[in-house]
Design a protein around this ligand. Structure first.
Ligand SMILES: Cc1cc2nc3c(=O)[nH]c(=O)nc-3n(C[C@H](O)[C@H](O)[C@H](O)COP(=O)(O)OP(=O)(O)OC[C@H]3O[C@@H](n4cnc5c(N)ncnc54)[C@H](O)[C@@H]3O)c2cc1C
Length: 366
């Protein structure tokens, strides 16, 4: 099914379209079902991004444009979008905290075919550095891109002692994709990776302890997640509308009202996400306000994502739940991807900035 790009394009002036050619979006969309079943490696879709020159940028040259790119890819193929987001995040961390030599080396590796990721979520035994000879112990969970990501930025230790390590993660004996047994986002292969016994000479350190948590780069970066969520919600509505038109069911006012009510909120989420992305390079905006705006974007797009899933279920009806349903797969992926870390704590943090003592309701908008 070829969905039109109108739903994403509508609120944007033409000069503000995203960087992803429509041909690439269409190929990503066409590959998604095979990638979910494991019939086609997701690496082929990553190659499409590479060929479109989308893997060299860490998202800072024009963050709002990067946000639109993530929306475009999120609309077409959310699993590919999730891997691209991890790559952008890793590049950003290396550019922020890595040595000049490491930055040059990573740019060279990416040009030669590397894909990066950021693996922060610890398994039952967290990843730590062994004091005696500096080898690593422990395991990461939810490590996206097993078998596809070649170098991961890994968090080592936790709290203020957290350090970032760049590690070659192509050792398949250490990867366990079977632990990623989720109803959606299957194609991301986000399972466990065991770092136990990894020797010190295989680790390239990035920055100093605690750098990873520096704001506005840490929580202030969740606009990238928001962009994928908003794009995936728009993509889901777009495919649903295309199917309803084909079935002659789009004339019903009830369908239009239900879907349009959600689409308006998706557009609002996109606008807030672009604002949050643009704020990261605006020196007039305080770091706390950048963080609060980014959180707001992530939580608004979570809400509209949930609404989009509900509206599409009601509009398509039971066929949405057939195993081969395109909207069903997109909704499964989105509902899994919406589950991101610490939503309630993030809401409290944004509320404290906007409404607490010294609160600034206008935040990044004043
Ligand atoms: C598709 C996908 C790919 C991913 N890929 C990666 C990856 O490559 N690398 C990586 O590091 N991670 C990855 N993750 C994991 C991600 O970083 C988060 O760890 C994960 O999404 C957490 O989701 P959660 O809903 O379980 O969050 P949680 O933070 O556990 O939140 C669940 C609920 O518990 C509440 N809660 C949390 N803490 C507390 C508390 N202390 N007290 C009371 N309530 C609490 C929250 O507010 C929320 O309501 C991925 C996740 C997804 C969905």
């Amino acid at each position: 099914m070829t969905a039109s790009k109108s739903i994403i394009a509508a609120p944007l002036p033409t000069h503000a379209m995203g960087p992803v050619p429509s041909r690439v979006s269409e190929e990503l969309r066409a590959a998604a079902a095979d990638e979910e079943r494991g019939d086609q490696p997701i690496a082929r879709s990553i190659d499409l991004l590479r060929e479109a020159d989308l893997l060299a940028d860490d998202g800072t040259s024009d963050p709002a444009r990067t946000a639109r790119g993530l929306m475009q890819v999120g609309a077409a193929n959310l699993s590919v979008g999730r891997l691209w987001e991890g790559h952008i995040n890793a590049l950003r961390l290396i550019h922020l905290y890595g040595t000049g030599a490491l930055k040059t080396e990573v740019i060279r590796r990416v040009a030669k075919g590397a894909l990066l990721g950021v693996w922060g979520a610890d398994g039952e035994v967290p990843v730590t550095r062994n004091g005696s000879d500096g080898h690593l112990n422990g395991r990461k969970s939810f490590a996206s891109g097993l078998g596809t990501v070649t170098y991961a930025v890994v968090t080592v230790n936790s709290g203020p002692d957290v350090r970032l390590a760049l590690v070659d993660v192509t050792d398949t004996d250490r990867a366990d994709p079977s632990t990623w047994n989720m109803q959606g986002m299957q194609a991301t292969a986000s399972g466990n990776y065991d770092f136990t016994g990894l020797p010190a000479d295989r680790i390239e350190w990035i920055g100093a302890p605690g750098d990873y948590l520096q704001e506005p780069h840490f929580v202030g970066g969740v606009w990238r997640i928001a962009a994928l969520q908003a794009g995936a919600a728009a993509g889901l509505l777009d495919v649903a509308a295309t199917q309803l038109r084909a079935a002659g069911r789009m004339q019903a006012e009830a369908q239009k009202t239900r879907l349009m009510s959600v689409l308006m909120r998706v557009w609002a989420g996109m606008a807030l996400t672009e604002r949050a992305a643009g704020a990261t390079t605006d020196r007039q905006i305080a770091p706390d306000d950048i963080v609060a705006t980014s959180i707001a974007a992530r939580l608004v797009t979570e809400e509209v994502g949930l609404s989009a899933i509900g509206a599409v279920e009601q509009s398509i009806g039971l066929r949405h739940f057939e195993a081969s349903s395109e909207t069903g797969r997109m909704a499964r992926d989105l509902s899994v991807y919406l589950r991101q870390a610490a939503r309630d704590a993030f809401l409290q943090r944004a509320a404290q900035t906007a409404l607490g003592e010294d609160g600034r309701i206008w935040g990044g908008f004043g």
